[in-house]
Design a protein around this ligand. Structure first.
Ligand code: GRF
Length: 188
């Protein structure tokens, strides 16, 4: 199974998936695409020997133009699945249609709670007893696609936000590759 990872930032999840794929007999990360020039994820990909693609959206371009640019670049690698890992743009129906039912994302909350760009922040401020992360299919909305699997973890009393977020991210890094493995094996 050929995976393309789309990411805009640090790429700890992308790194975890590249590490997992290297030891897996079923999956290969064929490229990592970022819309941000300074994204650490591009360096991580290069270091891991994975093609790192930068596709930026110009102000004058429409979302459709941008998605079409991504589609053209991705086509060189013929991916079966698109795995979003901290990719900070919504995808157009055109992109979703090209990779129909083959796009997944990880979100840092127990969806449908706290969608949006600050899942951990919103969960932390709400101060419940537990938080978690969700792997879901991607649709046109923001974090609204069908849920594939979730991992819960307790909030620790007295923990700072930074500690909470770092703990959550570490859990994501273990959880995401496991979910992909199960998904690709048809176990979900
Ligand atoms: C993660 O918290 C992920 O759930 C969210 O964005 C963050 C990306 O972190 N969608 P990283 O770039 O994988 O370290």
């Amino acid at each position: 199974i050929k995976i393309a990872i789309l990411a805009s930032g640090s790429g700890s999840n992308a790194q975890a998936i590249m590490n997992w794929a290297r030891t897996s007999d079923m999956a290969e990360v064929v490229c990592v695409l970022s819309d941000k020039k300074s994204a650490l994820v591009l360096e991580r990909a290069a270091t891991s020997g994975v093609p790192a693609l930068l596709v930026r959206k110009k102000k004058s371009e429409s979302r459709l133009d941008f998605d079409q640019k991504m589609i053209v670049r991705l086509a060189d690698y013929n991916p079966d699945w698109i795995v979003l890992a901290g990719f900070m743009k919504l995808l157009t129906p055109h992109f979703l249609n090209v990779f129909k039912n083959k796009i997944v994302n990880i979100h840092p909350s127990l969806l449908p709670l706290f969608p949006g760009t600050d899942g951990y922040g919103d969960a932390f401020r709400a101060g419940g007893l537990e938080s978690g992360c969700t792997v879901h299919f991607v649709d046109e909305g923001m974090d609204t696609g069908k849920i594939i699997d979730q991992k819960k973890f307790e909030l620790i009393h007295g923990e700072s936000f930074e500690e909470f977020k770092a703990r959550g991210l570490k859990i994501e890094n273990e959880f995401y590759p496991m979910v992909l493995e199960k998904l690709f094996k048809g176990l979900l």
